[in-house]
Design a binder for this molecule. Structure first.
Ligand code: FES
Ligand SMILES: [Fe+2]
Length: 376
């Protein structure tokens, strides 16, 4: 799992003026919408005794810990300790990590890392969002699999005739012509020719004849977004999957599907039904993959020309791992076992306040250059 990226953590329409818990990279966060409309995101770990802030309430725009009532501002600083008599100051270390938040493309994105603004990788550009010719639908599900396995599945064209033969891909024509990968630092995509079967039902009415081929565009955007653009005979269907790592082996997939045909609300249910059907076909194979985690070593699995997009992803993640952007198992809270340490991802404020860099959480990760170890 990678830190120092913008992660989509919620659909924008889900976030209200009350604390709610979200999980990403195996860590819990509390988010809420402030009265000015912006969203705040803090580590869900009260610095006093580790209470879960997401179980608290809001006082104006501040979140209150449910245990002893400490109040935190959106920047993570504690501004009220009810047990203190009037006049007693608040220690500088009484604060929690606060993460930058941006709302874009119908999602709330939190920057989980400590890089200053100018060094942060970009949020993937979604050209269809806000374009009146496209209509979005939103759907989410929990996948009992690692998020990188889920990502690779979406960019993998060769599985379509076998897993989705009824929708896309023809098992009698499973060859994947060689394709060209277009890549930059944070993203890669490719146009790939597939042979589709005849559409059925509502969509079949628009395209009764079998086409020789369709071109799909498959792509990944670091750290966890994948795009599937299917050019159907009657229009475009473009899916963005945000693969949110709840832990190493559980993924919350938040999916936005844009279409520029049947633009009315009445067709949303049908579009969602098809998206779910495709996803459920993938679920079976992805949840059964072993090893559960994506191998680090490129030589650990056999690759073909048709796996070029996945190879590009694995190479790039390797580079980032070498750069120190990886969170490994030891750093991330996973599963339901009792914890000796609770970890948080360093936020920009730690970098800005070196004297506090290791101060305000029970156990913390180190910075870019030091592996995880912490002080009090
Ligand atoms: S644990 Fe949060 S105020 Fe005590
Ligand atoms: Fe699939």
């Amino acid at each position: 799992m990678l830190k120092n990226f913008w992660y989509a953590i919620a659909f924008a329409h889900e976030v209200e003026h009350r604390p709610s818990k979200v999980t990403c990279l195996g860590q819990d966060f509390v988010i809420w919408r402030r009265r000015n409309g912006t969203v705040a995101c803090l580590s869900d770990l009260c610095v006093h005794r580790g209470g879960a802030l997401s179980m608290g309430t809001l006082v104006e725009d501040r979140v209150t810990c449910p245990y002893h009532g400490w109040e935190y501002e959106a920047d993570g600083s504690c501004v009220r300790i009810p047990a203190n008599p009037p006049g007693r100051g608040i220690p500088k270390k009484a604060r929690v990590d606060s993460y930058p938040v941006v709302e874009k493309y119908g999602m709330v994105w939190a920057f989980l890392g400590d890089l200053p603004e100018e060094r942060r990788p970009p949020i993937p550009h979604v050209a269809e969002h806000g374009d009146p010719s496209f209509r979005p639908v939103y759907w989410q599900t929990v996948l009992e699999a690692n998020y990188e396995r889920a990502m690779e599945n979406v960019v993998d064209a060769a599985h379509t005739p076998f897993v989705h033969g009824s929708f896309l891909g023809d098992p009698d024509k499973p060859e994947i012509p060689d394709y060209e990968v277009t890549q930059d630092e944070w993203h890669a995509e490719a146009d790939i020719r597939l042979h589709p079967p005849v559409s059925k039902g509502l969509w079949g009415m628009l395209a009764p004849k079998r086409l020789d081929h369709v071109v799909v565009t498959n792509g990944w955007y670091l750290p966890n977004v994948v795009k599937l653009h299917v050019r159907l005979p009657f229009g475009d269907l473009i899916l963005y999957d945000h693969n949110i790592p709840l832990s190493q082996n559980r993924t919350l997939v938040k999916l936005v599907g844009y279409r520029n045909f049947f633009p009315g609300r009445w067709a949303d249910g049908n579009a969602l039904k098809r998206i779910r059907r495709i996803f459920e076909q993938d679920r079976k194979v992805v949840e059964a993959q072993r090893p559960e985690l994506l191998p680090y070593d490129l030589a650990a699995e056999l690759h073909l020309r048709s796996d070029a997009l996945q190879i590009a992803y694995r190479r790039r993640r390797q580079e980032l791992a070498e750069q120190g952007w990886f969170l490994d198992d030891g750093d991330v809270v996973v599963g339901d076992v009792p914890r000796r340490e609770a970890t948080v991802i360093p936020s920009p404020a730690r970098r800005d306040n070196p004297e506090l860099a290791r101060a305000w959480v029970h156990k913390t990760r180190g910075d870019d250059h030091e592996p995880a170890r912490s002080a009090e």
